[in-house]
Design a protein around this ligand. Structure first.
Ligand SMILES: [Zn+2]
Length: 316
């Protein structure tokens, strides 16, 4: 049973806003575009595995969670976590196409594309060992004791494994079912009630990874961010305000609420508070009353009064 389904992370949402709004000639633009592409590929892989898990039936109850960040010794983020009365399994999903080699001196994953381009990645084996260790700490400190296993999952056959890892379990997506069936299930360490308690513990302890605003996270000067309201029809940034509407100078479409996404972009990327003046600047407005109306209708948390009023957005 899926208890935490696949969802796009807030970090991903913020990364999309940042690459859209960062000036194209910025020295970090290309590396951020790479970071975005890596995250998109990662998400596609994780979604595919979660969809596969929906169809998996085992002779006992199990719960699946997508994207679980917990505090052990530090914050750690697992792609997919499964728990049952017998065991927990962490799946580290790698959507990396090309010829894959697992290396152990030092631990590294490298891939070669058909073009001959070679890239190296952090070792998923080391990642898994770390997650297993940290998850063990979380479980133990809450009084749960079950075996924790881990596997690296390649969701698509566009990955060709030339050198597999020595000790870590490696699975293609369609092998997950038989892998789970083969895990020993005798004398469950948890009762059904214990399993439900563990599920609730995890749901309560999940911490969202929110390195916002992203300009701070990536040490980018806010002045390098393109301001203006984005056109929902053609994505042009710089809609013009006309009474009651926004109009796009490029495609001429009209929107009543295009500023809503722009306000969200502001908090994801630019700064964690907004004043009336900052709102006028970011939305290219020249009317303080208009900015007041927009800010007070945007579901923001307001502190201070009159000229000192500041607003902030709460992200879950
Ligand atoms: Zn437009």
């Amino acid at each position: 049973m899926i208890v935490k389904p696949y969802t796009q992370t807030l970090y991903m949402d913020a990364l999309i806003s940042l690459t859209k709004r960062l000036k194209k000639n910025h020295p970090k633009y290309n590396s951020l575009q790479d970071e975005l592409n890596r995250n998109i590929a990662g998400d596609i892989g994780e979604e595919a595995v979660m969809n596969f898990l929906k169809k998996v039936h085992l002779p006992y109850k199990f719960f699946a969670f997508h994207n679980v960040s917990l505090y052990g010794e530090s914050l750690f983020q697992m792609d997919i976590l499964l728990i049952s009365q017998y065991y927990a399994v962490i799946l580290e999903v790698k959507n990396i196409k090309g010829e894959i080699e697992f290396k152990s001196h030092p631990f590294q994953l490298s891939r070669t594309l058909t073009t001959g381009e070679r890239n190296s990645f952090d070792s998923p084996e080391i990642q898994l060992q770390e997650y297993i260790y940290q998850l063990n700490r979380v479980f133990k400190s809450a009084g749960f004791s079950i075996p924790i296993y881990g596997a690296v999952v390649f969701p698509f056959t566009t990955s060709y494994i030339k050198i597999p890892p020595n000790e870590t379990t490696l699975l293609f997506r369609n092998e997950i079912r038989s892998y789970l069936r083969n895990i020993k299930t005798e004398n469950p360490p948890l009762s059904i009630e214990g399993l439900n308690n563990l599920k609730n513990l995890i749901l309560n302890k999940i911490t969202n990874y929110k390195p916002l605003p992203l300009t701070r996270h990536f040490a980018i000067h806010p002045n390098d961010i393109i301001n203006g309201v984005e056109c929902p029809a053609c994505n042009f940034v710089g809609m013009k305000k006309i009474p009651r509407h926004w109009i796009c100078p490029r495609c001429k479409s009209i929107s009543d609420n295009a500023h809503t996404r722009t306000i969200k972009d502001y908090f994801l990327v630019y700064k964690d508070t907004i004043s009336n003046k900052e709102c006028r600047h970011f939305l290219n407005l020249n009317n303080a009353h208009e900015a007041y109306r927009i800010l007070n209708n945007a579901n923001l948390i307001k502190t201070g009064k009159y000229k000192d009023a500041k607003y902030t957005m709460k992200f879950m």
